[in-house]
Design a protein around this ligand. Sequence first.
Ligand SMILES: [Zn+2]
Length: 543
Amino acid sequence: MVLKEHELIQIDESFLRQLLENDPEALLGLSIKLTDDLKEAMERLDQNPSNSSKPSGSLAPWDKEVDDDDNNDDDNDESPVDKKSNLQSDSNTNNKEPSDTAEDVDSESGSESEPTTKPRNPGRQPGSQGFGRTQKIAITETQHHHCGGCSACGHDLSTLEKAYTGFQTLNITFGDPETPGISLTNTQHLYYQGTCPNCHLENRSEPQRAPADHFNWEAVGLTEWRLIGSDLAALIVYLSMDMRVTRRKVQQFLRDVLGLKISLGTLQNCIVESARALAPVEQQLIEELRNETVIYADETSHNEAGIPLWLWVFTSASTALFLIGYRTKEIFVNLMDAFKPEFNGYLMTDGYKLYRAYLKRLRCWAHLLRKAKGLQECYSKTSRMQGKQVFDTLSDLIEAVYQAREGPNNGTLSILAQHQERLENLRQVCEVMSSSSHQKTRALGRELLNDWEAIFRVLEYPAWPLTNNEAERALRHWVILRKITQGTRSEQGSRALALFASVFVTCRLRNSSPLLYLRDVIKMRRQGNELPKFPPVPASIAA
Ligand SMILES: [Zn+2]
């Protein structure tokens, strides 16, 4: 958008008539800008996936269970705090000269630590745990954000502007192998305003902010008007998620290592804002997974404020998508729908029965081997014999798969025909097992029969995987995090966790730094830009 809200409010019929009399050429220029802005605004209104400008997959799977009535709210999806941002509440009141004291910093950090839906008065909030109140940090750099030319007529304003507001942003610079080390910056940002002598429009420069989107993140604006810069915000998320450090320990780290005193509320806000910045990543990952030939799926329990949920992962060798939701068929079926129509690959899973809704499936043999081994140790002689037969058959077939992979055709030729008789014997044993009075024997017999096709599909194409290790490996880190944090406390917290897990695991699979990617995402999205492109898949994995 070219014209800021502050400027648009001043433009009315009398302003346009005056411009027509004094500078008709400028009126034409302004009309073009207004038309462009209007088109952009219209396009933004269209962003809701339910009205077709975006693929349906951009709705989170848990959103789809809501009735249409509820979904209609997505049209006006600006969060309450977005609408009554610090910036606007500040700019609607008397302009104040920016100062070098920590007061400006104070007012911002007060709002960060206490997200509120009420419009704020400018300045320090009563009782706020201000950052600047306890710590003053020298300004290392001042950035001047000028208006440039008049928004309406283009007249040069550079000699007429005056700074009207400002804020400070703390940031760090990461080290790299050439220049190791870390340094802290405190940048003073100054914003200017001036009245155009030609058309009398009062122009103003303003910090950038992300437009409202349909992701419905409550109580968090995505804007440059932030105490915590993008690199420092990325570090906070990295410590919390990748290093599995609790908020209090992050706070302690920042104080001990960087000498920074930052409130827990500010840390928490940073994490939520970063998650909002990442929200569109889900759709990007779905699009990348659509083209895969094998996706590995698995799930583990997750606790959200006492509600037993599941953390799901769908991963390939280079892309991982995590979701948190109920362990119901809907979440799985909705995601598989989101992969359509492109996805025609195989899905590697364990024996959980809702996966059977997807027909092109591969089964993890590790689980089956474990169960067969378990039977060999039970008290029933018949069951021990049957367990042994299942175990031996599977072990021999695994050996055959390995040999086929090393053979001249790299595992692309079916070995099914060579083992037909062996399989037929196994099927007969399973049929006997499935009516056994021993519970575990019966269960394994039935599991093998129910999933027969999925289990032995690998014999048609031995290059396919035999185990679901990829998915289990992707989950492991987050299982440990769950034990440390006891889960999440809100739906928003769960969405944030799933987004961070998706991004951190995908970056690691692609041998690239999640810290730097996240830094770029936060920076770009605060400026109102689209999400930057994901680090590419390295050639070694793509092959
Ligand atoms: Zn002007």
